[in-house]
Design a protein around this ligand. Structure first.
Ligand SMILES: [Zn+2]
Length: 393
């Protein structure tokens, strides 16, 4: 897997001359794309931003995960913990991170335990979100049960609701089998309403990079990433298109104007900021986070800077950080990851890596800083999140 970069991929001779050409004896052998690590010869200014200029709330992290999942669906309330509060706090203090939001806090006793271990033990440093209990989806009265579960979750300390892409891409009529359940399925209406009534923001992830919906072939700009994670592809099968997922999400936001939706990963369409802008204009109850998408924002720095100017009150700092998630360098929780985010937001540095990795993990390009002014930095770093969470920093 992972053949050759360049136009000659199919013949396997991208870097080699044709056998017939007389000069081919001095040509190098074909190079496997996974072994290609070009070093930039560009000499440009390099900033090192060790601490964020203002305190940070990281709105999108995964400190705990479900202890049992099947076919992309969390099936039990019990949690697995990816990092201890002590090891997280050490990085947080070094990087000026006031608080981390643990989106995958689960539900029932798993949620209560996560809140006790983090939020209650270290007040103001951790906030935990709840998640739907999809394992009860087949029970009669699920819509009402799920709304009541949100009320209970708030009593147990949850600050919001997290929706993984489970809804729309994994959850099926019989939970793990049958037809896919749509994001705007009316059985979830009481849940969205409960969040609005209880002032709990909904952090919703509904799609993925647009390249994941196209064939994993030589034209795919995320070929290596999909090659490394074939299960991330939503091309073919009975998967809806990216556009259909976004439309279903929009119908939910339209139907529940009193509920605040933070659409994760730059509205799940960071390749098309015009689309995200149109939806932000249409839906006053929509915000976005920037988790795991500085690779996208930073390769369109002029458009991104305008986007931050225009929507400065509705963009939340976030990383998708996962302690010990070394397999995914674009979201591994460590000092280097945060330094890259700060460099992107605070400097006008040019052409640097968007992830702490030898090879850019989401696509072979580099990014540019957008040099935000202090007033916008403060909003993005913590003010917008603090307002959504109803906390003070
Ligand atoms: Zn995430």
């Amino acid at each position: 897997m992972g053949l050759i970069a360049g136009a000659g991929t199919q013949s396997g001779r991208a870097f080699a001359a044709t056998p017939e050409s007389p000069e081919n004896k001095d040509q190098p052998e074909p190079l496997e794309i996974s072994r290609y690590e070009p070093k930039s010869m560009l000499h440009v200014h390099e900033s090192h931003i060790e601490r964020a200029k203002f305190p940070v709330i990281d709105f999108h992290t995964h400190i705990s995960v479900s202890a049992k999942s099947e076919k992309g669906i969390e099936l039990v309330p019990e949690r697995q913990y990816l990092g201890t509060p002590q090891e997280l706090l050490a990085v947080m203090d070094r990087k000026n991170i006031r608080a981390m939001v643990n989106l995958t806090g689960g539900y029932d006793k798993g949620l209560a335990e996560a809140v006790t271990k983090y939020d209650r033990a270290y007040s103001g440093r951790f906030y935990t979100f709840t998640e739907p209990s999809y394992s009860r989806f087949k029970e009669p009265g699920y819509p009402r049960l799920q709304a009541q579960a949100i009320e209970q979750a708030q009593r147990d300390g949850a600050r919001g609701l997290k929706i993984l892409k489970t809804l729309g891409l994994y959850l099926r009529e019989n939970i793990t089998s049958g037809t896919l359940v749509k994001i705007d399925d009316p059985r979830f209406d009481p849940m969205w309403d409960a969040c609005g009534q209880l002032n709990m923001p909904v952090a919703i992830h509904i799609s993925d990079p647009i390249a994941f919906f196209t064939p994993t072939d030589r034209f795919n700009e995320r070929y290596e990433e999909l090659n490394n994670h074939p299960d991330w592809s939503f091309y073919g099968g009975d998967f809806p298109s990216n556009a259909a997922l976004i439309e279903a999400r929009n119908r939910v936001m339209a139907r529940h104007p009193e509920t605040h939706f933070v659409v994760l990963h730059v509205g799940n369409f960071s390749e098309d900021l015009r689309n995200v802008s149109e939806n932000l204009d249409r839906f006053p109850n929509m915000s976005v986070d920037i988790a795991a998408r500085i690779g996208e924002l930073g390769r369109q720095p002029i458009t991104a800077r305008k986007f931050f100017d225009k929507y400065q009150d509705r963009i939340l700092f976030a990383t998708d950080a996962t302690p010990h998630g070394d397999e995914f360098p674009q979201q591994v929780f460590n000092d280097q990851l945060y330094e890259i985010y700060y460099r992107f937001l605070e400097t006008d540095d040019e052409y640097f890596d968007y992830a702490p990795a030898k090879i850019p993990p989401q696509g072979r390009w580099r990014i540019y800083g957008i040099n935000l002014p202090d007033a916008i930095l403060r909003k993005v770093y913590h003010e917008n999140a603090a307002r959504a969470l109803r906390v003070t920093v």
